[in-house]
Design a protein around this ligand. Structure first.
Ligand code: EAX
Length: 327
C-alpha cells in the first residue's frame, strides 16, 4: 500500500521535532553516598539536596542517594569523589585531614563552646576560607554540614571523670587529632571505618566509641553499648563534597542551583540535629543505657592540657584562639 505523498516528510518532521526536544529532557544522574542510614541527620540532608537539585535545575540533574556506606565508608567515599568514581558524598571531617590537612584544626577537642558558635564560625569567613582549600585536591566543598558534639560510650563502666576512661579500647575515627587527644585520657585508640563499628562493639573487639547523639541513635548503638557520658568533647563538622570535574561542567545557573540546594540540605541537617539533641537522651535511657548527663567538662579539658600545647605548636596557637574566640 502506497503512503499518502505527505506522510514521509511529516514523519521526518515529527522525528526532527522529537530529536530537538530531547536535549531539554536529557537528565544526568549523579550518585551520592553517606556512611549512616537514611533516617538520620545526614539522610535528611542528602534527600533534601536531591529534591532541591532536581527542582532547581528543571530536571536536568537527578541525585541518586545511597545510605549506610552502600558505596563505601567515609574515607573511601572522599577518595572516590576525588577520583570521580563517585559524584558526591556527605561526610564528617574525621577522614578529611588525610586529603586536606588544614581542616584538622577543627577536630581539636573543646574548640567550640556550643552549636551556635560552631555554626556561625563555619558559615563565616574562617569556615568559608577553609572550604576553598578543597579545590586543589579535585574536590568542591559545597557547604559545611554538621555531625554534632561527640560523646563517649562504652560497655565496661560508667564514666564520671577522665580517669574512668583509662585503659578503655575505644574505636576512633581515622583522625590523627582525635587519636592523639584520646591517648591523653589513657584511652587505647583503635581507628576504624564507621561501617565496621557496630559489629566491633557487638563482638567486643573494642570497648566503646564516641559519636554525636544523632549518630548513636541512627546506628542503634544502644543495642551494643551500656554506658554513655555526655562529654561533648569534640564538635564534629560535616561536609557536602562534590567531584570538581563534575562541578566544572555545570553551567553557571546549575552551579548556583547546586550551591543553593546544599544550603537547603544543611538547614535540614541542622534542624534534625536540634531535634535529636532534644529527643535522644530519653530514647537511650528507654533503651536501657546508663546516661551520665552532668559532666565536669573542665576536668576532661584539664586532662587534655598536654595535647593542647602540642596542638598549639602544630596549628599555631593564634589560629586556634581565632576559632575559639570567633563569635
Ligand atoms: O559521620 O565515623 C564516625 O564516627 C562519624 O561520626 C560517622 O561516620 C558519621
Amino acid at each position: 500500500m502506497r503512503l499518502p505523498r505527505l506522510a514521509l516528510p511529516m514523519a521526518c518532521l515529527a522525528a526532527a521535532a522529537l530529536w530537538t526536544a530531547a536535549p531539554a529532557l536529557a537528565q544526568e544522574t549523579m550518585k551520592m553516598n553517606i556512611s549512616i542510614g537514611q533516617n538520620s541527620h545526614y539522610g535528611v540532608a542528602i534527600d533534601t539536596f536531591a529534591k532541591e537539585v532536581e527542582k532547581r535545575t528543571g530536571g536536568r540533574y537527578k541525585i541518586q542517594n545511597f545510605y549506610s556506606g552502600a558505596l563505601g565508608a567515609e574515607r573511601e567515599s572522599i577518595e572516590a569523589v576525588q577520583l570521580g568514581t563517585l559524584d558526591l558524598t556527605m561526610t564528617s571531617t574525621g577522614p578529611v585531614p588525610n586529603f586536606v590537612p588544614e581542616v584538622a584544626i577543627l577536630d581539636i577537642p573543646f574548640l567550640f563552646k556550643d552549636y551556635a558558635q560552631a555554626r556561625s564560625t563555619l558559615d563565616g569567613p574562617i569556615g568559608q576560607d577553609m572550604l576553598g582549600k578543597f579545590q586543589s585536591k579535585g574536590i568542591v566543598a559545597l557547604a559545611w554540614g554538621e555531625n554534632g558534639f561527640r560523646h563517649m560510650t562504652n560497655n565496661k563502666r560508667s564514666v564520671n571523670a577522665p580517669d574512668d576512661l583509662k585503659g578503655l579500647k575505644m574505636r576512633t575515627m581515622e583522625n590523627p587529632v582525635h587519636m592523639q587527644a584520646y591517648k591523653a585520657f589513657g584511652i587505647i585508640p583503635t581507628p576504624m571505618a564507621f561501617t565496621e563499628v557496630f559489629t566491633a562493639l557487638q563482638q567486643g573487639t573494642v570497648d566503646g566509641q564516641e559519636n554525636p547523639l544523632s549518630v548513636i541513635s541512627a546506628a542503634k548503638f544502644a543495642q551494643v553499648q551500656k554506658f554513655i557520658t555526655l562529654t561533648g568533647h569534640v564538635y564534629s563538622p560535616a561536609l557536602l563534597l562534590m567531584n570538581k570535574a563534575k562541578w566544572d561542567k555545570l553551567s553557571a545557573a546549575d552551579k548556583q542551583a547546586f550551591a543553593e540546594s546544599a544550603k537547603e540540605a544543611v538547614k535540614a541537617n541542622r534542624a534534625r540535629i536540634d531535634e535529636d539533641e532534644r529527643r535522644v537522651v530519653a530514647e537511650l535511657k528507654s533503651q536501657g543505657m546508663t546516661v551520665v548527663e552532668v559532666v565536669d567538662k573542665g576536668k576532661f579539658q584539664t586532662a587534655l592540657e598536654p595535647t593542647f600545647v602540642e596542638f598549639g605548636k602544630k596549628f599555631g596557637q593564634d589560629n586556634i584562639n581565632k576559632i575559639k574566640n570567633a563569635k
